[in-house]
Design a protein around this ligand. Sequence first.
Ligand SMILES: [Zn+2]
Ligand SMILES: [Zn+2]
Ligand SMILES: [Zn+2]
Length: 250
Amino acid sequence: MTSAPSCPSCRQPMEVHQFASNLGGALELDICFACQGLWFDRHENLKLTPASVVELFRLLHEHRIDHHQPLSDSMACPRCVKPLEKGFDVVRSGRYMIYRCGRQHGRFSTFSSFMVEKGFVRHMTRPEIDDLAKRVGAIYCTSCGAPVDIRKDHACPYCRAAFSLIDPEAVVRAMEGYAKASSPRAMPSSPVDIGDALVALERDRTRAERERQKRAFTGTSDADDSSFTGDLLSAGVALVWAVINTRSHH
Ligand SMILES: [Zn+2]
Ligand SMILES: [Zn+2]
Ligand SMILES: [Zn+2]
């Protein structure tokens, strides 16, 4: 195996994780949790087995309160160090950004883009947006990552994407599709509450941040709990993880 490639955005070594490919054999994905991005080599088949999808969600959930940093303006290919070309791809569930190496070494995709590409997101409904607007100050756009004030805007003012979030039912359906499940099970009927998940996530993150500050300084500045930027992606991952766990224990 080659050594860990550098993240196209922050240039730090990425974590190399092995997943099972549904063509048999292993698929190696390089992940940067700080930049929330995945690198796929050109030859890597994107068809993850259901077990691999579960494993990927487990990893994302494990890292849900990691420190996140904005993407760099200039991305470099981890193989040839040439700048990556930014582009958009369109699928049924939306439009997503992708960064490709012009020399065909592969592509860099944010976790959000990966979710859109796989059809794991859906557009938010008007009542959902209204409900979230009461509970969070802003959200990070699932398509481009920009913080957006959902009380004012009706779509992302930067990339014009409609507000969207991870749909746990779509993830589970896709996994069953991959597995060609012979005995379809009923979906859990209770609707999952993204607002609750966001608030819980923010609580965990604030607590972790306080711990960090406690270790670093003697005095801590009080974080403003009443208004925060909601991380829809991580909250969505938490919901998916909860659904996967519920189902696997039945
Ligand atoms: Zn990075
Ligand atoms: Zn390259
Ligand atoms: Zn956007």
